[in-house]
Design a protein around this ligand. Structure first.
Ligand code: PMP
Length: 382
């Protein structure tokens, strides 16, 4: 129950373990073609160009930056934590002049403040982290993306801890790049970097004056490959992660069958049930209010007298949780992922494991109260 890698569906894992074909075998080309088409559906971005490349989420971030930003251009980072810091580091590495709007840990960005900075001048891109995995904060990305659009600034949204779990309508909202990774709500083991790049972002890349500094990250290398696979033609730049792409095609098929709105709603229901359990245990969330709390993970302060040692006890009780990540607070809180195949059984088992571990650590709990609270929420949501 960590915020990625998550639990994967057996059918997805079977695709991963199947015999590896040639990357230009007709059956693999057909699989890759379907995966690309399904990615458009998952991002709700019919006019965008999907990219699926072997690498982790950090590569997806680097591809967005390397292709969109030229040295000396200005970038605005809406900073909600650890992964926004990483975005700023990448932008600086590629020569951007970076301005940041920083939030205190647990707070969501204030759209009006971001908009006033956007209006102060000449930004090429604005980046935002949809769910910052270090704080469990859900950023108001629709409003941020629309604000960037009003100022003619390209928007790049890091969806690594959100895609296929948090509501996101790339095209309707006007997000120019949605970047993500395989190992969280997309339901595929780690190893794929994915991007959905809208027409304005592609036009900005085509209008570059300088070459992209990274060969492996360059859209110029990958665009013809993605177009060829989607059209059913063999093509090669760098060997694709054949089995991961096969697993992706299966997982995206399951996601599309569930339906995006139904999937977003399921993640919301499970998050509400977890929160009811946490409240009953007297645990305080790191996000300052429920309205800015992610539905893909919970970030919770340890209660008085309890420290990270309790995670070992939770593990003994059958659930693997993650420690803190935000540099300012990391010893003071822990994280519980609730993405992909998460269902009522996972909620009750995890809340129960935390309840028993806290009791063993000397925290006062009323036996069964947290599980009952989560169950009550699950029943109310039926
Ligand atoms: N952005 C966010 C929001 C993340 O949660 C992560 C990974 N936890 C990353 C970027 C980086 O992804 P990866 O670890 O796959 O490189």
């Amino acid at each position: 129950m960590i915020p990625g890698p998550v639990e994967f569906d057996p059918e997805v894992l079977r695709a991963l373990g199947a015999k590896t074909t040639s990357h230009v075998a007709p059956e693999f080309i057909a699989v890759f073609s379907r995966a690309l088409k399904r990615l458009r559906e998952v991002c709700l971005a019919p006019s965008a160009q999907p990219f699926v490349v072997a690498g982790s989420g950090t590569l997806a971030m680097e591809m967005a930056v390397a292709n969109l930003v030229e040295p000396g251009e200005r970038a605005l980072v809406v900073n909600t934590g650890y992964f926004s810091d990483r975005m700023a580091t990448l932008l600086e590495r590629y020569g951007a002049e970076v301005v940041q709007v920083r939030c205190a840990p647990g707070e969501a960005p204030d759209v009006a403040s971001v908009e006033s900075v956007l209006g102060s001048g000449r930004f090429k891109v604005m980046t935002a982290t949809h769910v910052d995995t270090s704080t469990g904060v859900l950023a108001p990305v629709e409003a941020l993306v629309r604000a960037a659009g009003r100022h003619g600034v390209l928007s790049v949204v890091d969806g690594v801890c959100a895609t296929a779990g948090e509501t996101f309508h790339q095209e309707a909202w006007g997000a120019d790049v949605y970047l993500t990774a395989s190992q969280k709500a997309l339901g595929v083991p780690p190893g794929l970097a994915l991007l959905s790049v809208g027409p304005r972002a592609l036009a900005a890349w085509r209008a570059r004056r300088t070459p992209v500094r990274s060969l492996y990250a360059d859209f110029a290398e990958w665009l013809p490959i993605m177009e060829a696979y989607e059209a059913g033609r063999p093509s090669y730049f760098a060997t694709p992660a054949v089995n991961l792409v096969c697993a992706l095609e299966v997982s995206l098929g399951q996601i599309v069958r569930e339906g995006m709105e139904a999937r977003f709603a399921r993640h919301q229901r499970m998050a509400r049930a977890f929160r009811a359990g946490w409240r009953a245990l007297g645990l305080r969330m790191l996000p300052v209010s429920e309205s800015v709390a992610a539905h893909t993970l919970s970030a919770l302060y340890y209660p008085e007298g309890v420290d990270a040692g309790v995670l070992g006890r939770v593990r003994e009780q059958g659930a693997v949780l993650a420690g803190g990540l935000h540099p300012e607070l990391k010893t003071r809180y822990f994280r519980v992922g609730h993405m992909n195949v998460v269902g009522p059984g996972d909620v009750l088992a995890t809340v129960g494991a935390v309840e028993r571990a806290l009791a063993a650590a000397g925290h006062r709990v009323e036996p069964g109260a947290a599980v009952a609270a989560a169950q009550g929420e699950l029943l109310a949501a039926r």
